[in-house]
Design a protein around this ligand. Structure first.
Ligand SMILES: C[S@@+](CC[C@H](N)C(=O)[O-])C[C@H]1O[C@@H](n2cnc3c(N)ncnc32)[C@H](O)[C@@H]1O
Length: 176
């Protein structure tokens, strides 16, 4: 069911930021669900970036089945010390990965380093704004149990993200 969210997440990010050319990184991509959907509706070259090479290989296969393998590249690397040049990407998406990192501020610092000036990075989780209710409801119900865990909730809160951005030394004064 979760895979249903990615076409809607791709539409949301493209619509909100109107970035349709250049380089996109899907960091902690797994098999590249979000990145592949972005490639499908834009002219972007999308790099799937993950520490797990097997997941990246699955992403390449999926892109091949969609006929968009020419737009998809992979980088097997650790978010804490990415083998990616400074100012590389115009758009960075990163969903469902940050909670697995050993040093979240360091991962954010790395994402900021590889983001081009004027670029956009979205890091976190969630279902996005555009998902139809028939897909959203079962996913929300599934997560209700986790919401009873205060730590689970806290590390997904705006307050926590502000704290780790500050720890990363990233100026958040102009952030929404
Ligand atoms: C729950 S999966 C999310 C996959 C995908 N983004 C999605 O939303 O379906 C978390 C991913 O983060 C990756 N990951 C975890 N720690 C990482 C690290 N230190 N560097 C890069 N990727 C990492 C895992 O290999 C895994 O593919």
């Amino acid at each position: 069911m979760l895979e249903k969210i990615f076409p809607y997440l791709a539409q949301q990010v493209v619509e909100d930021y109107n970035i349709t050319n250049g380089i996109c990184l899907d960091i902690g991509s797994g098999s590249g669900n979000w990145g592949i959907e972005i490639a499908d509706i834009t002219d972007m070259v999308v790099y799937l970036v993950d520490i797990n090479g097997d997941a990246l290989a699955k992403g390449v296969q999926k892109a091949g089945k969609r006929g968009i393998e020419g737009q998809i590249k992979t980088i097997e690397t650790d978010v804490h010390d990415m083998d990616i040049p400074d100012n590389f990407a115009d758009l960075i998406v990163c969903r469902g990965s940050i909670w697995f990192w050993r040093d979240r501020p360091q991962g954010l610092r790395e994402i900021y380093r590889v983001l081009n000036q004027g670029g956009v990075a979205m890091v976190g989780g969630g279902l996005g704004r555009k998902l139809p209710e028939k897909y959203r409801r079962p996913l929300v119900e599934e997560r209700q149990k986790r919401k009873k865990d205060p730590e689970w909730m806290y590390i997904r809160s705006k307050e926590y993200f502000q704290k780790i951005l500050a720890e990363a030394g990233i100026n958040i004064a102009n952030f929404p």
